[in-house]
Design a protein around this ligand. Structure first.
Ligand code: NCD
Length: 297
């Protein structure tokens, strides 16, 4: 399969999604990484903090033979007031093959793609999309649950601020899975149903029906309104505690995109427990990013 950019799950067909995750699984299971980026440069432009996404994109680019240059907000001229567009036009003039973009503004990756010759991969833009996270979540879910058609995936917590929830929803719907959003009314507003999710505020009622639960981080850095997150109430009603996890289907699995607020939205014993696929997600993420960069090459 061939891609020019990867800006969102929205632009992928169901068969594109399956082709990328099947290729990622083959690479993980021993297929030799083709050196399709040998002699080329990939720029990793991360204007928001990241551990898993950044490191796995950079390792994926190296695995395909690329040289990787890392640019962050603090060490670039954006810290002197240069605009994102000027920054990327200048980087593009050095002819990199691809630019991986993480930025706090929704739509930033598409803006960059419109201004450069390099291929652009969205590594998370504001509250909009995080397509490679959804691809790695789909790969992880599919391996645990089989084909996702008719399966029920419950995404819990700070839906409002989560590009992961949006991209997961779009991918799950394309594969005919059920997607239920759950969280406090201020963070999981019923209006989100317009995106194609079911919305509930009752975690205890929804939990026993789920085949998988994806817990989200409470994104305190994106809360503009004060008092959006009453901590005690949040834990009481929307945290995946050990007691709650015991009420899940025996076959149900737990995911979290990271970074997790341990013992806030998820108990450590659950994050590290037998149902948890959190580190499997991270392993799959590296290979999904190889498969995406290969499709762009
Ligand atoms: C997420 C992100 O930055 O979108 N993390 C990730 O990429 N795995 C989720 C988050 O920050 O909570």
């Amino acid at each position: 399969m061939k891609l020019r950019h990867l800006l969102g799950i929205e632009e992928l067909s169901p068969s594109d999604i399956l082709a990328i995750i099947d290729r990622a699984a083959a690479l993980r299971d021993g297929a030799k990484a083709p050196q399709v980026l040998a002699g080329q440069t990939v720029v990793s432009l991360f204007f928001e903090p990241s551990t898993r996404t950044r490191v796995s994109f950079e390792l994926a680019a190296y695995a395909l033979g690329a040289q990787v240059v890392v640019v962050s907000e603090e060490n670039s001229s954006t810290s002197k007031g240069e605009s994102l567009l000027d920054t990327v036009r200048n980087i593009d003039a050095m002819r990199p093959r691809a630019i991986i973009v993480r930025h706090r503004a929704s739509g930033a990756a598409a803006t960059v793609a419109g201004a450069v010759k390099a291929s652009v991969v969205n590594a998370g833009d504001g509250q909009h999309e995080h397509p490679t996270q959804a691809l790695l979540d789909i790969l992880t879910l599919r391996e645990a649950l089989g084909p996702l058609d008719g399966k029920s995936v419950l995404i819990v917590g700070d839906i409002l601020h989560s590009r992961v929830a949006r991209s997961d929803l779009i991918a799950l719907r394309k594969l005919n899975a059920r997607c239920v959003f759950c969280g406090p009314p201020a963070l999981a507003p019923t209006g989100l149903a317009a995106l194609g999710a079911e919305v509930t505020h009752d975690f205890d009622a929804a939990l026993p029906r789920a085949d998988a639960v994806i817990m989200l981080r409470a994104q305190r850095e994106r809360f503009s309104e004060q008092g959006l997150l009453p901590g005690d109430l949040y834990r009481e009603r929307w945290a995946l505690t050990e007691a709650r996890a015991a009420r899940m289907k025996s076959s149900a699995v737990v995911l979290h995109p990271g970074p997790a607020n341990r013992d806030f939205e998820i108990d450590s014993s659950v994050a590290d427990g037998a149902r948890s696929l959190i580190l499997r997600q991270v392993t799959n993420g590296g290979f999904v990013r190889q498969a995406v960069l290969e499709a762009l090459a």
